[in-house]
Design a protein around this ligand. Structure first.
Ligand code: UTP
Length: 216
Protein backbone atom coordinates (compact mmCIF):
# COMPACT_ATOMS: atom_id res chain seq x y z
CA UNK A 1 0.00 0.00 0.00
CA UNK A 2 1.27 3.48 -0.90
CA UNK A 3 2.57 5.54 2.03
CA UNK A 4 1.79 9.27 2.08
CA UNK A 5 4.33 11.29 4.05
CA UNK A 6 3.10 14.70 5.15
CA UNK A 7 4.48 17.60 7.11
CA UNK A 8 1.52 19.25 8.82
CA UNK A 9 2.33 22.84 9.74
CA UNK A 10 1.72 23.52 13.41
CA UNK A 11 -0.28 26.58 12.41
CA UNK A 12 -2.93 24.20 11.03
CA UNK A 13 -3.06 22.33 14.35
CA UNK A 14 -2.75 25.25 16.75
CA UNK A 15 -2.22 28.84 15.58
CA UNK A 16 -3.26 30.09 19.06
CA UNK A 17 -6.24 27.85 19.51
CA UNK A 18 -6.50 24.14 18.69
CA UNK A 19 -8.19 23.74 15.31
CA UNK A 20 -10.78 21.08 16.10
CA UNK A 21 -12.54 21.39 12.72
CA UNK A 22 -9.28 20.97 10.80
CA UNK A 23 -8.35 17.92 12.89
CA UNK A 24 -11.78 16.37 12.29
CA UNK A 25 -11.41 16.92 8.54
CA UNK A 26 -7.89 15.50 8.51
CA UNK A 27 -9.01 12.42 10.48
CA UNK A 28 -11.91 11.76 8.15
CA UNK A 29 -9.71 12.31 5.04
CA UNK A 30 -7.08 9.86 6.30
CA UNK A 31 -9.62 7.24 7.38
CA UNK A 32 -11.40 7.31 4.02
CA UNK A 33 -8.18 7.17 2.03
CA UNK A 34 -6.86 3.81 0.76
CA UNK A 35 -3.30 4.86 1.69
CA UNK A 36 -1.13 4.68 4.80
CA UNK A 37 -0.03 7.98 6.33
CA UNK A 38 3.04 9.26 8.14
CA UNK A 39 2.00 12.59 9.66
CA UNK A 40 4.80 14.80 10.99
CA UNK A 41 3.42 17.49 13.31
CA UNK A 42 4.77 21.04 13.48
CA UNK A 43 4.92 23.06 16.69
CA UNK A 44 2.72 26.01 15.66
CA UNK A 45 1.79 28.69 18.17
CA UNK A 46 3.19 26.86 21.20
CA UNK A 47 6.62 26.54 19.59
CA UNK A 48 6.74 30.22 18.71
CA UNK A 49 5.33 31.46 22.04
CA UNK A 50 7.71 29.36 24.13
CA UNK A 51 10.72 30.17 21.94
CA UNK A 52 9.92 33.90 22.20
CA UNK A 53 9.62 33.66 25.99
CA UNK A 54 12.96 31.85 26.24
CA UNK A 55 14.67 34.64 24.28
CA UNK A 56 13.67 37.12 27.01
CA UNK A 57 15.91 35.10 29.35
CA UNK A 58 18.89 34.93 27.03
CA UNK A 59 18.38 31.25 26.21
CA UNK A 60 20.80 30.18 23.43
CA UNK A 61 19.61 29.20 19.91
CA UNK A 62 20.01 25.46 20.57
CA UNK A 63 17.63 25.90 23.50
CA UNK A 64 15.09 27.59 21.18
CA UNK A 65 15.10 24.50 18.99
CA UNK A 66 14.91 22.14 21.96
CA UNK A 67 11.87 24.04 23.25
CA UNK A 68 10.29 24.06 19.76
CA UNK A 69 10.76 20.28 19.49
CA UNK A 70 8.75 19.76 22.68
CA UNK A 71 5.88 21.77 21.17
CA UNK A 72 5.88 19.41 18.16
CA UNK A 73 5.82 16.46 20.59
CA UNK A 74 2.74 17.87 22.34
CA UNK A 75 0.89 18.32 19.04
CA UNK A 76 1.96 14.82 17.98
CA UNK A 77 0.66 13.37 21.24
CA UNK A 78 -2.74 14.94 20.58
CA UNK A 79 -2.85 13.56 17.03
CA UNK A 80 -1.72 10.08 17.94
CA UNK A 81 -4.59 9.78 20.40
CA UNK A 82 -7.07 11.30 17.93
CA UNK A 83 -5.95 8.80 15.28
CA UNK A 84 -5.67 5.92 17.78
CA UNK A 85 -2.15 5.46 16.45
CA UNK A 86 0.85 3.96 18.28
CA UNK A 87 2.95 6.34 20.44
CA UNK A 88 4.36 9.18 18.34
CA UNK A 89 7.98 8.80 17.21
CA UNK A 90 10.73 11.39 16.99
CA UNK A 91 13.64 9.49 15.41
CA UNK A 92 12.72 8.37 11.87
CA UNK A 93 12.92 4.59 11.52
CA UNK A 94 11.53 1.97 9.15
CA UNK A 95 8.84 0.62 11.46
CA UNK A 96 5.75 -1.42 10.78
CA UNK A 97 2.44 0.35 11.25
CA UNK A 98 -1.09 -0.37 10.14
CA UNK A 99 -2.58 2.88 8.90
CA UNK A 100 -1.22 5.99 10.62
CA UNK A 101 2.15 6.82 12.10
CA UNK A 102 2.44 10.13 13.93
CA UNK A 103 5.85 11.79 14.19
CA UNK A 104 7.29 14.88 15.86
CA UNK A 105 10.50 16.92 15.73
CA UNK A 106 13.75 15.17 16.58
CA UNK A 107 17.06 17.06 16.58
CA UNK A 108 17.79 20.82 16.84
CA UNK A 109 18.69 22.78 13.72
CA UNK A 110 15.74 22.28 11.39
CA UNK A 111 11.96 22.16 11.28
CA UNK A 112 9.63 19.18 11.04
CA UNK A 113 9.82 19.63 7.24
CA UNK A 114 13.27 18.03 7.48
CA UNK A 115 11.91 15.21 9.63
CA UNK A 116 9.30 14.54 6.94
CA UNK A 117 12.12 14.20 4.39
CA UNK A 118 13.93 11.76 6.72
CA UNK A 119 10.75 9.67 7.11
CA UNK A 120 10.24 9.66 3.34
CA UNK A 121 13.82 8.44 2.87
CA UNK A 122 13.30 5.63 5.40
CA UNK A 123 10.21 4.47 3.52
CA UNK A 124 11.76 5.03 0.09
CA UNK A 125 9.02 7.50 -0.79
CA UNK A 126 9.83 10.18 -3.37
CA UNK A 127 7.10 12.68 -2.47
CA UNK A 128 6.52 14.74 0.64
CA UNK A 129 3.27 16.65 1.13
CA UNK A 130 3.67 19.93 2.92
CA UNK A 131 0.40 21.14 4.37
CA UNK A 132 0.22 24.77 5.43
CA UNK A 133 -2.38 27.51 5.33
CA UNK A 134 -1.55 29.00 1.93
CA UNK A 135 -2.63 27.76 -1.50
CA UNK A 136 0.75 28.07 -3.19
CA UNK A 137 4.40 28.93 -2.78
CA UNK A 138 4.69 32.56 -3.86
CA UNK A 139 7.45 34.68 -5.36
CA UNK A 140 7.59 36.46 -1.96
CA UNK A 141 5.68 36.36 1.32
CA UNK A 142 2.04 37.06 0.31
CA UNK A 143 1.23 38.31 3.83
CA UNK A 144 3.77 41.10 3.41
CA UNK A 145 3.71 41.81 -0.33
CA UNK A 146 0.49 42.38 -2.26
CA UNK A 147 2.30 41.75 -5.57
CA UNK A 148 3.46 38.25 -4.58
CA UNK A 149 2.75 35.83 -7.43
CA UNK A 150 1.74 32.18 -6.98
CA UNK A 151 4.10 29.55 -8.39
CA UNK A 152 2.63 26.24 -9.55
CA UNK A 153 5.82 24.40 -10.33
CA UNK A 154 9.45 25.20 -9.66
CA UNK A 155 12.84 23.53 -9.44
CA UNK A 156 14.74 23.22 -6.16
CA UNK A 157 17.22 25.78 -7.52
CA UNK A 158 14.45 28.33 -8.10
CA UNK A 159 12.68 27.56 -4.84
CA UNK A 160 15.86 28.14 -2.86
CA UNK A 161 16.10 31.62 -4.40
CA UNK A 162 12.73 32.53 -2.79
CA UNK A 163 13.77 31.73 0.83
CA UNK A 164 16.51 32.53 3.32
CA UNK A 165 19.13 29.76 3.45
CA UNK A 166 20.00 30.31 7.11
CA UNK A 167 18.29 28.24 9.77
CA UNK A 168 16.82 29.98 12.80
CA UNK A 169 14.36 28.49 15.32
CA UNK A 170 10.74 29.21 14.45
CA UNK A 171 11.64 30.08 10.83
CA UNK A 172 8.53 30.47 8.71
CA UNK A 173 9.20 29.42 5.12
CA UNK A 174 6.97 27.17 2.98
CA UNK A 175 9.61 24.41 3.23
CA UNK A 176 12.66 24.96 5.41
CA UNK A 177 16.15 25.40 3.85
CA UNK A 178 17.69 22.37 5.58
CA UNK A 179 14.78 20.17 4.47
CA UNK A 180 14.99 21.62 0.95
CA UNK A 181 18.67 20.72 0.65
CA UNK A 182 17.96 17.15 1.79
CA UNK A 183 14.93 16.77 -0.48
CA UNK A 184 16.86 18.04 -3.50
CA UNK A 185 19.73 15.65 -2.77
CA UNK A 186 17.31 12.73 -2.47
CA UNK A 187 15.59 13.81 -5.73
CA UNK A 188 12.29 14.22 -3.94
CA UNK A 189 9.29 16.28 -4.88
CA UNK A 190 7.57 18.42 -2.30
CA UNK A 191 3.93 19.18 -2.91
CA UNK A 192 2.73 22.25 -1.03
CA UNK A 193 -1.02 22.28 -0.45
CA UNK A 194 -3.39 24.30 1.71
CA UNK A 195 -4.34 21.97 4.56
CA UNK A 196 -7.75 23.66 4.78
CA UNK A 197 -8.43 22.29 1.28
CA UNK A 198 -7.84 18.57 1.59
CA UNK A 199 -9.84 18.11 -1.61
CA UNK A 200 -6.80 19.47 -3.43
CA UNK A 201 -4.63 16.75 -1.88
CA UNK A 202 -7.21 14.18 -2.95
CA UNK A 203 -7.09 15.55 -6.51
CA UNK A 204 -3.29 15.34 -6.57
CA UNK A 205 -3.34 11.75 -5.29
CA UNK A 206 -5.83 10.89 -8.03
CA UNK A 207 -3.60 12.48 -10.68
CA UNK A 208 -6.04 15.32 -11.34
CA UNK A 209 -5.25 19.04 -11.72
CA UNK A 210 -5.03 20.61 -8.24
CA UNK A 211 -4.34 23.88 -6.46
CA UNK A 212 -0.86 23.86 -5.00
CA UNK A 213 2.85 24.02 -5.78
CA UNK A 214 5.16 21.22 -6.84
CA UNK A 215 8.83 21.79 -5.96
CA UNK A 216 11.48 19.58 -7.56
P1 UTP B 1 8.27 23.50 13.16
O1 UTP B 1 9.00 24.70 12.63
O2 UTP B 1 8.32 22.28 12.38
O3 UTP B 1 6.79 23.89 13.51
O4 UTP B 1 8.82 23.18 14.62
P2 UTP B 1 5.87 24.84 12.64
O5 UTP B 1 6.48 26.19 12.55
O6 UTP B 1 4.55 24.73 13.22
O7 UTP B 1 5.91 24.13 11.28
P3 UTP B 1 5.68 24.75 9.83
O8 UTP B 1 6.87 25.62 9.55
O9 UTP B 1 4.38 25.52 9.94
O10 UTP B 1 5.63 23.52 8.97
C1 UTP B 1 8.89 24.16 15.64
C2 UTP B 1 10.34 24.44 16.02
O11 UTP B 1 10.89 23.28 16.69
C3 UTP B 1 12.26 23.17 16.38
C4 UTP B 1 12.62 24.37 15.52
O12 UTP B 1 13.05 25.43 16.33
C5 UTP B 1 11.27 24.70 14.88
O13 UTP B 1 11.19 26.02 14.40
N1 UTP B 1 12.54 21.87 15.71
C6 UTP B 1 11.53 21.15 15.14
C7 UTP B 1 13.84 21.38 15.69
O14 UTP B 1 14.77 22.03 16.16
N2 UTP B 1 14.06 20.15 15.11
C8 UTP B 1 13.08 19.41 14.56
O15 UTP B 1 13.35 18.28 14.07
C9 UTP B 1 11.78 19.93 14.56
Amino acid sequence: MKTVVMSVGGSLINPGQIQIEFLKKLKSFVEKSPYKFIIVCGGGYSARAYITASKEFGVKPIGWDEIGIKATVLNAELLRHIFKAPPALQKPAKTNFKKVLIAAGWLPGCSTDYDAVLWAKKFNVKEVFNLSNTDYVYTKDPKLFADAKPLKKLSWKDYKKTISQKWVAGLNTPFDPIASKAAEKAKMKVICINGQKLKELDKYLKGKPFTGTVIG
